[in-house]
Design a protein around this ligand. Structure first.
Ligand code: PBG
Length: 331
């Protein structure tokens, strides 16, 4: 960039801040409904909606209501919804077999949504934690989260989700080698159009707490996920992981959590120029909501500002529980 130095009063930065029209004219980044992926929690039953206590404004929806939410998303111009299951504890096992049950909650919801709202894209997480009696993203033996054995389970899960009609798979488990394993399974079985958005730089974060409540994984999980999710002190490692996942067949990459890791978003976008997303996770959402409930900040303004930050950091889009609210605010 060529810097021109003009000193006061030739230069007055306030000239272009004086009116909304002038500010709009020179604004560098903006937010649009096209940038949004809306994560939705799905539960069993019919006409059931159940609030998630730690995420004000977020509900678990039965499949029929999830279809309604998909329609609402489409009306608002949101291109993608991501479905997460609240699995009946009786269906959680140590072998996580419910993950590849063709009729599990998210597979049923995906089919129902694709039937009634065919144009919205559906994204499904590939990870075992919602199905695991032990709460981890991988299979566990003698206290160890097993890497290679988990890959086979993830391949089966991914194929079930692709067969149900998922447009995008989001491997979020952080096992080594998962992208290559899933991509080769998809190619072998003829799912050549299924896109992968890798949760490539996913940190072992305290900000996932409310999500684990929402999917009912908090009770099951003993310990933490530090042996597979990234250490919050690392930055170069994120670039190495992203490079690996892109070369293993990921179409898009994600950084997670979002706001505390905007530096990573910027580095990833600059280095690879690939479609880059951030997940504004449950804890980030809960913080803004909780402060707003106390009257400590304006939820609409804090929401919009927090999401715009991702665009400024170089992200192409954001997974956010605010998606319908911000899409409405954007008109
Ligand atoms: C599961 C998964 C998690 C999230 C998305 N997929 C939780 C975790 O890794 O423990 C977190 C999303 C959020 O906090 O909003 N692998």
């Amino acid at each position: 960039m060529h810097a021109v130095h003009r000193s006061f009063p030739l230069f007055r930065s306030r000239r272009l801040r004086r009116t909304p029209a002038l500010r709009a004219l020179v604004r560098e980044h903006s937010l649009s409904p096209d940038d949004l992926i809306w994560p939705i929690f799905v539960r069993a039953g019919e006409e059931m909606r159940e609030p998630v206590a730690s995420m004000p404004g977020v509900e678990r929806l039965s499949v029929d209501l999830a279809v309604g939410a998909a329609r609402h998303a489409q009306e608002l111009g949101i291109p993608v919804i991501a479905l997460f299951p609240y699995t009946d504890p009786a269906k959680k096992t140590e072998d996580c077999a419910e993950a590849w049950n063709p009729d599990n909650l998210v597979n049923r919801a995906t089919r129902a949504i694709k039937d009634s709202v065919p144009d919205i894209a559906v994204m499904l997480d590939v990870a075992l934690d919602p199905y695991n009696a032990l709460g981890h993203d991988g299979l566990v033996r003698d206290g160890e989260v097993l890497n290679d054995e988990t890959l086979e389970a993830l391949r089966k899960q991914a194929l079930g989700h692709a067969a149900a009609g998922a447009d995008i798979l989001g491997p979020s488990d952080m096992m080594d080698g998962r992208i290559r394993a899933i991509r080769s399974a998809l190619e072998d079985e003829g799912f050549k159009h299924t896109a992968i958005m890798s949760y490539a730089a996913k940190y072992a974060s305290a900000f996932y707490g409310p999500f684990r409540d929402a999917v009912g994984a908090s009770g099951a999980l003993k310990g933490d996920k530090k042996t597979y999710q990234m250490d919050p002190g690392n930055s170069d490692e994120a670039l190495r992981l992203i490079a690996k996942d892109l070369s293993a067949g990921a179409d898009m990459v994600m950084v997670k959590p979002g706001m505390p890791y905007l530096d990573i978003c910027r580095r990833v976008k600059e280095r690879f120029g690939a479609p880059t997303f951030a997940y504004q996770v449950s804890g980030e959402y809960a913080m803004i909501r909780a402060a707003a409930q106390n009257g400590w900040l304006d939820v609409d303004k804090a929401m919009t500002e927090s999401l715009l930050a991702f665009k400024r950091a170089g992200c192409d889009g954001i997974l956010t529980y605010f998606a319908p609210m911000v899409a409405e605010a954007l008109g």
